[in-house]
Design a protein around this ligand. Structure first.
Ligand SMILES: C[S@@+](CC[C@H](N)C(=O)[O-])C[C@H]1O[C@@H](n2cnc3c(N)ncnc32)[C@H](O)[C@@H]1O
Length: 203
């Protein structure tokens, strides 16, 4: 298993500890629902495989998957645009991101998707249309389809759409999965890892 910079590994470990503690003691709405370490490393590997520079993530939680993506885009001087609606989780995510040293490669918006998906880089004002290499969907299930449709103009040809919870939540995600699988121009597969990942390659 590839180890990252110790500051990054430490920030990732902090996320796992918080998540485990919340699972033990918290109520359902106090959980953080982060991906597994195995999924995080797969996301990192996928981003490196396609030399991703720009990633859009819907559902930051406490910044765990965000940091896996940011570690992958850092050598390309890329950026992860991530959106989190929950104020407390966004605050914790910012702390982890700062501690990891990956802050230059992450822009976190504390707001709701799809309404607040950034169409421009918030720092430079440059348009993101056709620039995004990976869209990662990991928010409230009934919003996957709406977020995908809203973000579609941002995706470059050949980009990847990766969606979590495909096997754990088949019913609420049925409309999104149908949309992807019924389009003959989109190649896709569902991987039985974690809660189930759909990986689709855009035409
Ligand atoms: C499964 S967690 C994300 C986990 C994170 N991707 C990780 O693996 O480290 C889902 C998060 O999405 C946030 N969320 C849900 N609906 C959202 C929306 N419409 N816009 C932005 N964030 C949303 C929730 O508050 C929650 O923190």
């Amino acid at each position: 298993m590839q180890k990252f910079d110790p500051k990054i590994e430490k920030a990732l470990e902090k996320c796992r500890e918080l998540d485990a503690a919340a699972r033990l003691h918290g109520k359902k709405d106090e959980q953080f629902w982060i991906v597994s370490d195995e999924v995080g490393r797969l996301l990192n590997a996928k981003a490196k495989e396609i030399k991703a520079r720009y990633i859009l993530e819907i559902g930051t939680s406490i910044g765990y998957s965000t940091m896996f993506f940011a570690e992958a885009v850092a050598p390309e001087k890329g950026k992860v645009y991530t959106i989190e609606s929950n104020r407390e989780r966004a605050t914790i995510a910012r702390e982890h991101i700062e501690a990891s040293g990956l802050a230059p490669y992450i822009h976190l918006t504390r707001n709701h998707a799809p309404e607040h998906i950034p169409f421009q880089d918030p720092d430079t004002g440059n348009s993101l249309e056709g620039k995004i290499d990976i869209l990662f969907l990991d928010c409230i299930k009934m919003y996957y389809l709406r977020c995908f449709e809203a973000a579609e103009p941002l995706l470059r040809p050949g980009s990847l759409v990766i969606a979590d919870n495909i096997l754990s939540h088949p019913e609420p995600l049925a409309d999104f999965v149908k949309k992807i699988q019924s389009d003959p121009s989109i190649e896709s597969e569902i991987i039985d890892i974690g809660t189930g990942l759909l990986i689709a390659k855009m035409p």
